[in-house]
Ligand binder design. Structure first.
Ligand code: URA
Length: 248
């Protein structure tokens, strides 16, 4: 098994994040640091560590929804000692990693799992998984501005994909918008609104695919129900829906 696949199968992180860990020299195989990509290991025989902690394959998958408060970092450890999402889900009792990220100053729905394949697909732009944000912005965006946000805004990393935008409450001081994106670039909502001249004041993710926060308080987490996990998997083609063919 390729090393990065092993890391994701063991629930350390997604495959792409695994490549980063390897490149950063944090992964050892049988005591030797490995930085080359594509190394093949035998999960039965080889001893793999990340940051000197042993990694083993685990079967039980965990799927967690966290209401991330602002001022909590979406990482598993923080060199500046800030509170991390890992600390908030410590009582899950299993190692889980965040699916994508929310900025330090963004609150809302964050998924965590040790299912590397699902995490990969949910964050891959080709699956176009919907993320809905409640955004308080400075000023009152004009109809033309909302149209620009929906059709595509030119950012330094290219034109944004079509989005759904709704003005919930307009005001001259600040306004409240709902913005639904199918991509997840770095600080995308903030950059889109900066680009149209309405900087973000507060940002909260209220939906990820079909999942909503639905009363979950900031700082709290819950396990997804089996039905929710099934729906998520279907969204990214990991479960085929099939009808039983019964003979009559
Ligand atoms: N867009 C942003 O700008 N920040 C987030 O945290 C999420 C989406």
């Amino acid at each position: 098994m390729r090393l990065q696949k092993f890391l994701s199968a063991a629930g350390v992180c997604s495959r792409r994040a695994g490549e980063k860990l390897i490149a950063q020299g944090r992964v050892k195989v049988n005591g030797e640091t490995v930085t080359a990509m594509g190394i093949v290991i035998d999960p039965e025989k080889d001893a793999v560590t990340v940051d000197n902690r042993p990694v083993r394959l685990t079967n039980k998958k965990e799927y967690i929804m966290l209401h991330k408060p602002v001022d909590v970092v979406t990482t598993l450890s923080d060199p500046f000692g800030r509170q991390t999402v890992k600390a908030l889900v410590a009582d899950v009792g299993k190692r889980v990693f965040p699916v994508g990220r929310l900025d330090l100053d963004t609150s809302g729905l964050l998924l965590l799992t040790n299912d590397g394949e699902l995490a990969n697909r949910l964050t891959h732009p080709s699956f176009g998984v919907e993320k809905e944000y409640l955004v308080r912005v400075k000023g009152l965006p004009a109809g033309e501005t909302l149209k620009r946000l929906a059709e595509g805004v030119e950012l330094e990393d290219g034109l944004t994909a079509p989005a759904t935008v709704r003005l919930i409450k307009g005001g001259t001081g600040t306004s409240l918008l709902s913005l639904t994106l199918k991509e997840g670039r770095n600080r995308q909502v903030r950059r889109m609104l900066d680009a149209v001249g309405h900087p973000v004041i507060t940002l909260k993710r209220v939906r990820f695919a079909q999942l909503t926060l639905d009363g979950l308080q900031p700082g709290k987490w819950r396990r997804l129900t089996p039905a929710e996990v099934k729906k998520l998997k279907k969204t990214v083609g990991l479960l085929k829906s099939f009808k039983s063919k019964r003979k009559t």
